[in-house]
Ligand binder design. Structure first.
Ligand SMILES: [Mg+2]
Length: 331
């Protein structure tokens, strides 16, 4: 049976979703999520949906405009996400598919896959040939100091999560350690603790701090230096015992391949919007499986949990409730 469903319309809406608790990081405070909501309508009456997160309000309208304009490029095309991904990537070969262009391609790709699953009245995991299964998840803790970090950690554990990840990068490593120890005291030894520097250090300092953190039993240390400093991360990864986690800021599988080539990160974290949507994720998961690199997720808990079920080296789901106010059925 051949697929004859066709794309009839791409609609976008922009929203600013306020966060219940402003999320502090070593690189600034996030108070709202600027989101583009994409709906792709098909000729069978079904609609596929996706969420694009622009981080900065200023990028909201240009991103929405790009996605809407992409709609004209795919009008009346057959619903075939792989084909559309290749077609759109091809159209932007000269400009490149990083940044807003890449985000717009992912927005279309995610909505097409969502629609593809809905047309079969099935989950994304199922249409990709996988089985839904339990996945370990952690909750995020902001740059909140020792006391507040411990309280947030306890709340996550009470909700049933088996890991917590704290933002660190305080003025001194002593303060970083203090935060980790307060969390450990609050959650006990059976809960995994990860930490995230959010790109706030330089390589030498990252090595010095990480040597000290090595005795804290951490599951990983995330993005100690600039996300695209692959050799810096590789140097840190070689020097320290705790695994390094990177990936949420890589644009597409080309960045991921460079990180793999340079051995920049022991673990890898995929951001579905930056890696190229569902299509990009599937390619990334294949690359990771060849090297046995554990794959975790970044935001987008709903769609990422579906994809972890078809990721051979699935590791941790980052549970996030930031966008629950606009979801009909949050995870
Ligand atoms: Mg991070």
């Amino acid at each position: 049976m051949s697929n004859t469903t066709r794309i009839k319309n791409v609609k976008v809406r922009t929203v600013l979703v306020p966060l219940n608790n402003p999320h502090k990081t070593a690189s600034g405070v996030i108070t709202t999520s600027p989101l583009v909501l994409t709906d792709i309508l098909f000729d069978n009456g079904i609609t596929g949906h996706s969420i694009t997160f622009t981080y900065n309000k200023i990028a909201l309208k240009p991103t929405a405009q790009l996605i809407a304009d992409f709609g004209q490029l795919i009008y009346d095309d057959i619903l075939a996400p792989f084909n559309t991904f290749e077609k759109l990537s091809g159209r932007f070969r000269l400009l490149g598919t990083q940044g807003l262009v890449g985000m717009a391609i992912s927005a279309i790709d995610m909505a097409l896959w969502d629609g593809f699953a809905r047309c079969q009245n099935s989950s994304l995991t199922s249409v990709l040939g996988g089985l839904e299964k339990p996945i370990q998840a952690y909750g995020a803790i902001g740059y909140d100091g020792p006391k507040e970090s411990a309280i947030v950690a306890e709340n996550w554990v009470r909700k049933g999560l088996t890991g917590v990840k704290a933002k660190i990068g305080y003025p001194t490593v002593r303060e970083d350690v203090q935060v980790i120890r307060e969390i450990r005291k609050a959650v006990g030894d059976n809960i995994s603790i990860m930490v995230d520097y959010n790109q706030s250090l330089i390589t030498t300092e990252a090595i010095q701090r990480s040597h000290i953190l090595d005795s804290e039993g951490l599951t990983w240390i995330e993005e100690p230096v600039l996300a695209h400093d692959f050799s810096g991360h590789a140097m840190i990864a070689r020097e320290i015992k705790t695994p390094i986690q990177c990936g949420e800021n890589w644009w597409g599988i080309l960045d991921m391949q460079q990180a793999i080539d340079k051995e920049a990160s022991d673990f890898m974290m995929l951001d579905i919007m930056k890696i190229g949507g569902v299509t990009g994720w599937i390619k990334a998961a294949s690359l990771a499986s060849l090297k046995g690199i554990p794959i975790s997720t970044h935001l987008w808990s709903e769609i990422s949990s579906q994809l972890l079920c078809v990721t051979p080296t699935a590791h941790w789901l980052e549970y996030s409730d930031w966008w629950n106010p606009i979801l009909k059925e949050p995870l």
